[in-house]
Each structure stands twice: as C-alpha cells, then as structure tokens.
Design a protein around this ligand. Structure first.
Ligand code: NAD
Length: 334
C-alpha cells in the first residue's frame, strides 16, 4: 500500500492502523510544516512502514516508488489542509491539492496499465476528500454524494477540482478509483493551528479563545479513528464486490456549532486542571469572521451506513479524551 500524506494528522492514524493489520506501507510525504516526522520515524521503527520524503508533484521519484513498492492500493491524503492559509494564499493549495493529485493520478495510471488483468482488478486509487466540497448546507439539508460541488473557499475549491480529476480518470481511462468525503476530524496528533488543539492550548494557558463571528457555524464532527475505519470499510467493500468509481460521504450526524464545541473543550480543560467549571469559558472572545465562511456543513452518510459501518466514538467522550491527551502533551512540555 502507498499512503501519501502519512506524516500528517489523519494519514498518521491511517498508518497506525496499517501497522496493527501488518499491512506493508510506503508513506510518501513532503514533510511540510503540518507533518509530524517524529511520529512517522517511530512508526517506521515499529512496523512494516517505510517513508519517502518527496513532493507528490515529483513524478519521477513517485514513479520509482511505485515500481519498487508495487502497491495494490494508493490512499491519497497529502494536501494543504488549513482553510485560513488558503485564504491568505491559495498557490500551494492549487499546487498540492489539484496539480499534486493530477500527478498522482498520472503515475497511478501508468503503473495500472503495466499490471496484469488480475492485478488490475485489485488496484484502487483512493482520494481522501472533504465535506467542504459541497459548500454550505441549508438549515435542513444534508448533502448526499450526488449533490453538486459548490466549494466556498480556495481550500475546498482545490479539493473539489481534485475530485473532478479523479472521476475523470475513472471515466476516461478506467483507473479504478474511490472518493471519500469526510466531515471535520478531531483526535490526537492534530496540528496546533486547527480549532480543537488551538482552543485546548489557549484554555490550558489561560489565554483568549478566539472564535470567528458569533460561533454559530455548524460543523459535523468525527473522531479520526472512525474516519480510518470508514476508509477501510469502503476499500474492503470495493475489493470484495469488484466495484469501483463510487463516492462515499463519511459523517456521524453529530453537528454542534463552533461555540458549543469550544464550551465543551473549556469544561473538559477545567475538569483536567481541577478548576471551577466556567473558568476557561470566561476567556472566549469573538473575533472578526473568516472571509467567505461557510455557515453549515452536513452530510447524508446513508450509503456508507448501508455497508454496515457506524461510528464508535461519541463526540462528548472523544473530546474528553482528546483534551486529556493534549493536556498531557502540554504539561510534559513545561
Ligand atoms: P495535515 O495537514 O495534517 O497533513 C497533510 C500531510 O500532507 C502532511 O504530512 C504534509 O507534509 C503532506 N503534504 C502536504 N503537501 C504535500 C506534497 N506536496 N507532497 C507530499 N506530501 C505533502 O492534513 P489532515 O488533516 O491529516 O488531512 C488529510 C487529508 O484529509 C487531506 O486531503 C484533507 O483534505 C482531508 N480531510 C481532512 C479533514 C480534517 O478534518 N482534517 C476532513 C476531511 C478531509
């Protein structure tokens, strides 16, 4: 298996699962600011994991890696993933998320064409996409996989463009692909720029907790381990049924607004730090809203449910444990 972006937050959890399943894995990762090379190094020491530090746009090195590694599955996580950064400058988002995916598709197709018919039937290119490609959902709407893509920011536009490329390679060249569109992930090892780790670290150190607008934006949340199990369920179903070319939403139906998420984090931090409930929440401050901020994301994940998958981590338990993990890391650093 080849996992791009395996040094990142979700990719790293996916690699952890590959280790548990003794699934030999090559991680292709450029190791940007968002990567966790220390975690990857530890994974390389404990399992059948190898890593290649390379940009996915470097098709010559990626092609060589395909020839040596001979993957049957390519799980493509590598991306620039932070919306705020895409608003400041979308260049790297176009380079990695769109052109990088094109480059991965080209190399995958070249490799696929060199396989025997039997090997071809076992090959899948899995595009890890996001619920953000659908844009903002109306009050009672939950997007399904047939809905139009109406991305509302440069990050989601670059991901939507990549999804279209993936579908075009399936349709034009017969490359067997799958697309997964997951909601917001949380859990351990997420980069500290993202909402949940950012708020935990601010709460622990009694700093202001900045929330965009009035914090009423709604997001659907999934624990990263449930995301990993959903991806594997989709791949297994595709392999056993012989079907490819589908898109699956991955969601949980747990849709609090941002203020509710931050209040929950504050209470968990107060419990961990033995403070009175409400201490951390006093530091919540509302700041100017993000440009073009999508108001609501919501997924209809019934296609995935029909494969027998369901999430195992309830948001309240997941947040409590995530807060504990970050607090331990933060206290260990001081
Ligand atoms: P992340 O930012 O934590 O990790 C991205 C990884 O990709 C990093 O290790 C980085 O070094 C690597 N990378 C970036 N550019 C690269 C390049 N040009 N070549 C090779 N490697 C490169 O991201 P994440 O949160 O783990 O997200 C992983 C994937 O899941 C992304 O495709 C993202 O769009 C998608 N996704 C994320 C979420 C979420 O809530 N985080 C939700 C749905 C979908």
């Amino acid at each position: 298996m080849i996992v791009t972006g395996g040094a990142g937050f979700i990719g790293g959890h996916y690699v952890e699962q590959c280790i548990k399943e003794s699934n030999p894995t090559l991680v292709i990762d450029k190791l940007t600011y968002a990567a966790d090379p220390v975690r990857l190094e530890k994974q390389c020491q404990k399992g059948e994991v190898e890593s290649l530090q390379v940009d996915i746009n470097d098709s010559s090195h990626v092609r060589d890696a395909f020839q040596t590694w001979k993957p049957n599955v390519v799980v493509h996580f590598a991306a620039e993933s932070h919306v705020d950064r895409s608003i400041a400058d979308a260049t790297e988002f176009a380079n990695t998320n769109f052109l990088g995916t094109l480059s991965m598709l080209r190399v995958s197709l070249e490799y696929f064409d060199s396989l025997s018919k039997h090997q071809q039937s076992d090959f899948r290119f899995v595009q890890i996409s996001t619920d953000e490609v659908y844009g903002s959902a109306g009050e009672d709407v939950a997007f399904n996989e047939m809905d139009l893509l109406q991305p509302g920011n440069p990050y989601s536009a670059s991901k939507a463009g990549a999804d279209h490329l993936v579908q075009s390679f399936e349709n034009t060249y017969g490359l067997p692909t799958l697309i997964t569109r997951c909601c917001n992930n949380y859990g351990t090892h997420q980069h500290c720029e993202k909402l949940i780790p950012l708020m935990i670290s601010a709460a622990v150190s009694n700093q202001p907790l900045p929330i965009y607008g009035e914090g009423q934006q709604v997001r659907e949340w999934i624990h990263v381990k449930d995301h990993v199990s959903a991806i594997n369920c989709i791949i297994e179903h595709s392999m056993s049924s012989g079907e490819a070319g589908q898109t699956f939403n991955i969601g949980t139906g747990q849709r609090p607004n941002n203020l509710e998420v931050v209040q929950r984090i504050c209470s968990a931090v107060d419990r961990y730090c033995n403070r009175h409930d409400g201490t951390s929440a006093k530091n919540i401050t509302f700041v100017e809203d993000r440009l073009g901020h999508d108001f609501r994301y919501a997924l209809d994940s019934s296609s995935l449910a029909s494969l027998g998958w369901k999430p195992e981590v309830a948001l309240e338990d997941g947040i409590e444990k995530t807060v504990q993990w970050y607090c331990e890391q933060l206290l260990a650093e001081t």
